[in-house]
Design a protein around this ligand. Structure first.
Ligand code: SF4
Length: 396
């Protein structure tokens, strides 16, 4: 016997129940964004539709393992359920706006968000320790950034808005879709793209949960790193959660006077407060902390700076990662010479702290934080674009 179609009243009733259950996970049309829900919430969602828990696994499998884009492609769900999902839920995806291939094992992707804003993500293949076919992706947590670090293109442009959790996860997911044809797998995720993750921590933590989900994307917590410019309450919150995530601190200066000039965040939480929170974090989580240090000629790259840096890190299990500076359009800084970088690295190591030099990656593709987005947005402005929708079209 043919099934009777759902009545308008029946669908309206379901919609109302779902909107009451997930008021913060709705799209503009009032549909539940299923890519924002964790497994427990998905179970609640399907229960409202009268479906069993098994649907959660099926859904996660379609989105994160088979990586389909629409409900219509979820062919082991009944036609009736797919019809209800179309009316009551959505599974949005980021649109690839501008992929750039670097010559240096690094690819940069510009994604268009549904509102026409842009985010950047970077895929890094050069991390040999991950093993063959395994790559790391560096993802953004905000559109723009409010932190105003002097050497950073994103800091120059200011904050536009926080990314939602699904917009963070989808950067990794869409890169994985692009890698499927060449058999590569996203094995590590690094929150080191545009934005300060600790200023959007609820959504970042939700994204971590979704990336980590065993029936879904399945990236281990130990393979997820969060980088901060030094937002102490965020570090403390991570310490309380005790997730075995990797923490990286964008340090860049060994004294308060210099750091406050380079990074305004230091005027709010100085080095003593930052280091105290690093100790609390390490005590709680037990993992080594990475300190990122961008090398600026004549600014922070002397042997005395190296010695001050080691003193600062005393008592912490740490790794210093030196970063060759990518020339952003900022005349105030020069890239440290290779000889100065080598001397700095040797001094830090002599004094007993492990110190690595980040391999060159993607300076030829605007790989410095925020540069590609800024260039594309400027290009868009030059062409007289007005609405966000036009911005998306321009790059398709
Ligand atoms: S370096 Fe990071 S925290 Fe600082 S302005 Fe750039 S994106 Fe923001």
């Amino acid at each position: 016997m043919a099934q009777r179609p759902d009545t308008v009243e029946f669908i309206d009733n379901l919609r109302q129940q779902l909107q009451e259950l997930f008021p913060t996970r709705l799209d503009k049309a009032g549909r539940v964004n299923l890519k924002e829900l964790n497994p427990a919430e998905l179970e609640q969602f399907f229960a409202v539709l009268g479906e069993s828990r098994y649907r959660v696994q099926q859904f996660l499998n379609w989105i994160y393992i088979k990586r389909v884009l629409t409900f219509a492609q979820m062919t082991d769900l009944s036609a009736k359920l797919r019809g209800r999902l179309e009316l009551l839920a959505c599974v949005p995806s980021l649109a690839l706006a501008d992929p750039r291939q670097s010559r240096q094992d690094t690819s940069k992707y510009l994604f268009a968000l549904p509102d026409g804003n842009m985010v950047e993500s970077v895929k890094m293949r050069y991390l040999e320790h991950l093993g063959p076919g395994r790559v790391a992706v560096c993802i953004s947590s905000q559109v723009g950034c409010a932190m105003q670090c002097q050497f950073c293109a994103s800091g120059q442009a200011g904050l536009v808005r926080n990314l939602q959790a699904w917009e963070i996860v989808d950067q990794a997911l869409q890169i994985q879709r692009l890698l499927d044809s060449c058999g590569e797998r996203v094995a590590n995720v690094v929150f080191m793209g545009i934005g300060e993750p600790m200023r959007n921590l609820d959504n970042v933590l939700r994204a971590v949960e979704l990336l980590n989900c065993g029936d879904g994307f399945g990236v281990g917590m130990r393979h997820i790193a969060i980088s901060t410019c030094g937002v102490v309450p965020g570090i403390d919150r991570l310490a309380q959660l005790k997730y075995p995530l990797k923490l990286a601190i964008s340090l860049h200066a060994p004294t308060d006077s210099l750091r406050s000039k380079l990074m305004p965040v230091n005027r709010r939480w100085n080095l003593a407060e930052l280091m105290a929170s690093c100790h609390r974090y390490q005590e709680a989580v037990g993992r080594r902390i990475t300190f990122e240090y961008v090398m600026l000629e004549g600014v922070n790259d002397s042997l005395e700076d190296a010695e001050r840096l080691v003193k600062l890190l005393k008592g912490l299990r740490s790794l210093v990662n030196l970063i060759p500076w990518n020339a952003v359009e900022h005349p105030a800084f020069k890239r440290s010479s290779a000889a100065r970088v080598r001397r700095f690295q040797e001094r830090v190591e002599e004094l007993g702290v492990r110190c690595t030099l980040r391999r060159e990656k993607g300076s030829d593709i605007d790989a410095a934080c925020g540069q590609l987005r800024l260039h594309k947005m400027a290009e868009y402005k030059d062409k007289g674009g007005e609405s966000p929708e036009e911005a998306v079209e321009l790059f398709e």
